[in-house]
Design a protein around this ligand. Structure first.
Ligand code: CTP
Length: 392
């Protein structure tokens, strides 16, 4: 079953492209979300309208002059699997050599997940050492292949090189994707809360939500049922249940609605909010000598206090030494705390990197090297998996 899975089908330019319309129909009927890339040469064999009608949205065709500033990385992030069918000799060569001079090749180069290729070409081309070499390289990349079959080829020829049938490609794709593991429900809070003074101004902090979004996206890819309660409008994986909030109180209300097995509290929640919010914009002439503050609810505390307590991960963005974080982990009674020093280069707010130290329940600490936030997300989820397997 590939129901609900996000399949990016790249149709490259060969006669066999017409079979990709049938493949598209099979995938859509099986419940997959299908997006199609049509290369320039594929347009000689099939039309965009066919795929638009089958998938409900126009195929992607251009690296430049499209609505997106970066269509290749957007598609690569969206896809759970890329299927190249038919894969011509030229497209195999592009992928094997890392070309990125059109939407198809740039997307494959920007993609890190599984790729399934269905080669289609004349026997001589298939058997040429250049193609054999390209196939060996693609195999080394971990790409999977279905076909080619032996039979009638374009122009009345016969031999090996015929594209696999749509049903075969569909089956190979189901095998490749496997059944998605059910890892349970996971909550992530992300971003800095904004506590209004009037309709225009707020008290806030410098958190952008990058770390929390990276965790939510990685968790969704791994098979968690993810709810992301966030103040940030950064990219979220389409599989993530997104709840957008602004204030700590809204965040608490949203979190209270969520059943969870794991809670990752990455948000920078304001500890205080203005006691009063003016309904109109305060003017300079009115003056504002001081802003009275009242404490905000501690969202993490409410999660820890649940009858059915989930595994709880806290975050501590500090400016001091790790001992403060060790004390915080104990005080907050979390299963794991992720500490970082925001004054360190590369570990501050809004960066793509982070250097974190994991603080364990027993007070021991594991300092990690500076790395991307995506990698920190992956390491954190590995640790959570290990903690959960100890529990069960
Ligand atoms: N947190 C929360 N709700 C709050 C405050 C914090 O859920 N009102 C969570 C944060 O998301 C983080 C952890 O608690 O995972 C620690 O946040 P932090 O602001 O560092 O801790 P505080 O309890 O506010 O402690 P202090 O202000 O003394 O550093």
């Amino acid at each position: 079953m590939i129901s609900g899975r996000r399949v990016l089908l790249a149709v490259t330019g060969g006669v066999a492209a017409y079979k990709s319309a049938l493949l598209t129909r099979l995938l859509v009927e099986d419940g997959a979300e299908v997006r199609v890339i049509l290369t320039e040469s594929a347009h000689h064999f099939v039309g965009p309208q066919t795929f638009a009608a089958l998938t409900g949205s126009a195929p992607y065709t251009k690296l430049f002059d499209s609505d997106s500033v970066s269509p290749h990385t957007e598609l690569a992030r969206w896809a759970e699997v890329i299927v190249v069918a038919p894969a011509t000799a030229a497209s195999l060569s592009k992928m094997a050599n890392g070309l990125s001079n059109d939407l198809f090749s740039a997307t494959v180069l920007a993609y890190t997940g599984p790729v399934l290729i269905a080669p289609a070409m004349h026997t001589e081309m298939w058997e040429h050492p250049a193609t054999a070499r390209n196939m060996a390289i693609l195999e080394e990349f971990g790409y999977e292949t279905v076909g080619p079959e032996s039979g009638a080829l374009a122009g009345g020829d016969e031999g090996v090189g015929r594209v696999a049938e749509p049903e075969q490609i569909h089956e190979a794709l189901s095998d490749l994707l496997g059944t998605r593991p059910d890892l349970g429900r996971l909550l992530v809070t992300a971003g800095g809360t904004r506590e209004p003074i009037d309709p225009v101004r707020y008290l806030g902090n410098r958190s952008t939500g990058k770390m929390g979004h990276a965790i939510a996206n990685e968790a969704a890819q791994r098979g968690y049922d993810v709810t992301l309660v966030t103040t940030s409008n950064l990219h979220a994986d389409p599989a993530v249940n997104l709840v957008e909030v602004e204030t700590a109180e809204q965040m608490l209300n949203a979190v209270e609605q969520v059943d969870m097995d794991v809670a990752i509290m990455a948000a920078a929640v304001a500890d205080f909010r203005p006691a009063k919010k003016s309904a109109h914009k305060l003017s300079r002439s009115e003056g504002l000598d001081s802003v009275e503050l009242v404490p905000n609810p501690d969202i993490l505390e409410s999660v820890v206090a649940r009858d059915k307590r989930p595994l709880v991960v806290g975050f501590a963005a500090e400016t001091g030494d790790v001992e403060r974080a060790v004390q915080k982990a104990k005080r907050k009674d979390v299963d794991l705390l992720v500490y970082n020093d925001v004054t360190e280069p590369g570990s501050g707010f809004g960066t793509d990197t982070n250097r974190v130290t994991f603080v364990n329940r027993d007070g021991s600490v594991d300092p990690m090297p500076l790395t991307s936030k995506d990698e920190v997300a992956a390491q954190l989820l590995d640790r959570i998996a290990a903690l959960r397997s100890l529990d069960s």
